[in-house]
Design a protein around this ligand. Sequence first.
Ligand code: UDX
Length: 436
Amino acid sequence: MKIAIIGTGYVGLPTGVGLAELGNEVVCVDKSEDKINALNSGKLTIYEDGLAELFAKNVQNGRIKFTTQMKDAVPQADVVMIAVGTPPHPFTKEADMQYIHAAAYELAEYLSGYTVVATKSTVPVGTGDDVEAIIAKTNPTADFDVISLPEFLREGFAIHDFFNPDRIVIGTNSDKARNVMKKLYQPFENKTKFLFVKRRSSETIKYASNAFLAMKIHYINEMANFCEKSGADIREVAQGMGLDSRIGNKFLNPGPGYGGSCFPKDTNAMAQMAKKYGVHLNLIETTIAKNDQRKAEMAERILSHLSDRKNGRVAVLGLAFKGGTDDCRESPAMDIVRDMLKVNRNICVYDPKALENARKLLIENVDYASNPYEACKDAEVIAVLTEWEDFKNLDFVKLKREVLNPCIVDLRNIINQKQAEENGFEYYCIGQIAQN
Ligand code: UDX
């Protein structure tokens, strides 16, 4: 089939490459000339595991193309997917719809023949109605259906998730659109569950899922707080809970709070959207407030291990919002560093992939190291803030030679506690009473 994808970010690009790999003819559109020039010269604009190989292959066989012009992509398309950003409004925290609306106005002009317009971006309930109205007004003779097609791709695993979806949710009442989508996703027919629902249900499923996962993280973080006082061990508690198939063993890792470009944005947008309907989503509102508070508490926890809160040296290992990505947007690690900087200007940071992005997001007044050992030089406390594989295999003998005081605060529970302690480190993790 012929597909146009509007927006080449973390959703649009992996989706476009995935659809091309399935044999479709894909044209990706983006307003940014820099991005399109880079993609046209064979350079990827985001990092995703496994993307580079599929991108190169499908560029070479001509199944994926890139343009800044809707007119080169939309007229021939059977399906147009809108995958532009819906960033949070800086004051209201609602999803900012300007890019969705602009895309709808522009694509409307070029629709030709029956076309399914699918919203892939995470959008408030009722956006499908708005997009439909915009297209109908701009191009009254257009033959189209607007559907909701939420994405559930995790950053760092987007290609894996594209080819192994837990479910494909399609929100539409139109049989014609349903048949087009069945054909497009036919390769997944025996692999996953298809859910055909009302457009508004589909729009809600995305927010409700992300908000639930955020609450699950908040819940395990609260249980970790309880374990720290009661003498239980959160690792054992999470394991025991996770064996109940109704609970499931995923998303039960306690940490410094959730972050990234989705959970903070989507929980806020969901809470704001509900208020418009006169509904208070108390659980979600509490999750948002407590997740923010947690980062400040974690900064305090790290500083409490210094002999002098103002001047003691802190080593920070990890700045990305989770392991496996270079993305620092809404990263708890970045917030924790910013919070510590309010009292302490003696911080050295290291991350295997995210240093460049961290610099762009302006962490000033910190030292940047090029490896974990350099970051730990003269440190009184080492704070592990992102769950990178590299940090699981630190050489404690080497590390001990660098530090001023051997103390690790592991906010991701990934360090080998036994080894650390055998090498003379004090070790503090989440959800366990300290043994020292
Ligand atoms: C998320 C959703 O998982 C995905 O389905 C959606 O479409 C996009 O948003 P992503 O933002 O890539 O994906 O990150 P995810 O892996 O879900 O992690 C989000 C945050 O939660 C990270 O900061 C992570 O460290 C934290 N987290 C996750 C925990 O603290 N504990 C956990 O057990 C799981």
